[in-house]
Design a protein around this ligand. Structure first.
Ligand code: ATP
Length: 351
């Protein structure tokens, strides 16, 4: 691709609709050539954030930069950004080639040049040979690729995806998300990607911006968000977590002594103050055995899902959700068990 890709930066951006604040004092940076996902539950402000990058919404406060340019006051047409919509928004009466060539044509390029540019992008997304088909003659995954080719054709500085997989069935979703990630890394595109699906976000992103109630809850790599959530919202939203009340007894350097029922654990205190705290324990960080040291409990639910077994175990610390490898010995409901806390997958929540 000819153009240099640009970073995107939000500096204290807010968007208000009357009394509703959809985006509240948000700052972040999407480095050039990376894919950053906006992730969060319905209504948290992620689509509005994407539309603010596109210029489809104008900021009520703050500044937005694409590369070195302050684009806050620029219209969508002036921003050099393309968006792939959830609905694909293909023109049904035009062929694949005409759909992709549409953008350059309206910009005034000669038909032959526009079609040559379109053919190149159709090849990039792996649809060569289907140029003459109508969108209705394509599968959902192929229509999605046409939408990507159409967004790429003008070689934008930034490419935006709004829930691009939501119209696809579960199997296809994984393939298409891998295709999008491959294309993004091959072409070193700067991409902002909106989804409410945490697994999809973990799979495709360099970094994830988790949003909650119009604000940023945490920004980090998929690994950092999963292993070191900085608050209860992120621990609960990214993957499964047991949130358990505990007491931070004392701190020594970066470690803290934590009392959990009758047990004592040593974990990084992550800036938490001595007193009542919450810890997050991933379901696979807790192990079950018949006897020995640990937290006694009773299995109340036991399911076999092939790859894993899932248990709910009633303990003095509350009900715990625990997973074990599918090929491990089963503990049927009513089994008396002992829960052990392993050394990883358990963190203090500082907030
Ligand atoms: P979803 O996943 O459901 O699309 P979202 O995280 O993308 O949700 P937004 O669409 O950004 O959320 O909306 C954030 C908030 O702003 C919501 O409370 C929404 O109702 C409100 N909002 C969005 N657009 C408008 C608008 N044009 N007028 C008034 N309120 C709006």
């Amino acid at each position: 691709m000819a153009k240099v890709k640009a970073p995107v930066e939000f500096r204290n951006v807010s968007k208000r609709y009357g009394a509703v604040t959809a985006v509240d004092d948000v700052s972040f940076r999407i480095p050039a050539g990376t894919l950053v996902t906006l992730l969060g539950p319905s209504g948290c402000g992620k689509t509005t954030t994407l539309r603010l990058i596109a210029g489809l919404e104008m900021a009520s406060a703050g500044r937005i930069f694409i590369g070195d340019e302050d684009v806050t006051a620029l219209s969508a047409a002036e921003r050099d950004v393309s968006m792939v919509f959830q609905s694909y928004a293909l023109f049904p009466h035009m062929s694949v080639l005409e759909n992709v060539a549409y953008g350059p044509s309206v910009q005034g390029l000669k038909k032959a040049d526009a079609e040559a540019m379109a053919a190149e992008k159709i090849r990039l997304v792996g649809l060569s040979g289907l140029e003459k088909r109508a969108p209705s003659e394509l599968s959902g995954g192929q229509q999605q690729r046409v939408a990507v080719a159409r967004a790429l054709v003008l070689e934008p500085k930034v490419l935006l995806f709004d829930e691009p997989l939501s119209n696809l069935d579960a199997k296809l979703r994984r393939r298409v998300r891998d295709d999008i990630r491959q294309l993004q890394t091959d072409l070193a595109l700067t991409v902002a990607y909106v989804t409410h699906d945490q697994e999809e976000a973990l799979a495709v992103s360099d970094e994830i911006i988790v949003m909650s109630n119009a604000k940023i809850a945490q920004i980090g790599s998929p690994h950092a968000l999963y292993e070191e959530p900085s608050n209860l919202f992120v621990a609960d939203f990214i993957g499964d977590a047991n949130i358990i009340d505990a007491t931070l007894m004392a701190c020594d350097g970066r470690l803290g002594t934590i009392q959990l029922g009758e047990m004592l654990l040593t974990l990084p205190h992550r800036g938490a103050q001595p007193g009542t705290i919450k810890i997050a324990a991933r379901p696979d960080a807790l192990t079950l055995s018949k006897d020995g040291e640990g937290l006694p409990g009773t299995v109340t639910k036991s399911s076999y899902l092939g790859k894993v077994r899932e248990y709910t175990v009633k303990t003095a610390l509350g009900d715990l959700f625990i997973t074990a490898p599918g090929r491990s010995d089963a503990f049927p409901p009513q089994s008396h068990v002992v829960v052990r806390f392993t050394n990883s997958g358990i963190v203090v929540l500082p907030h």
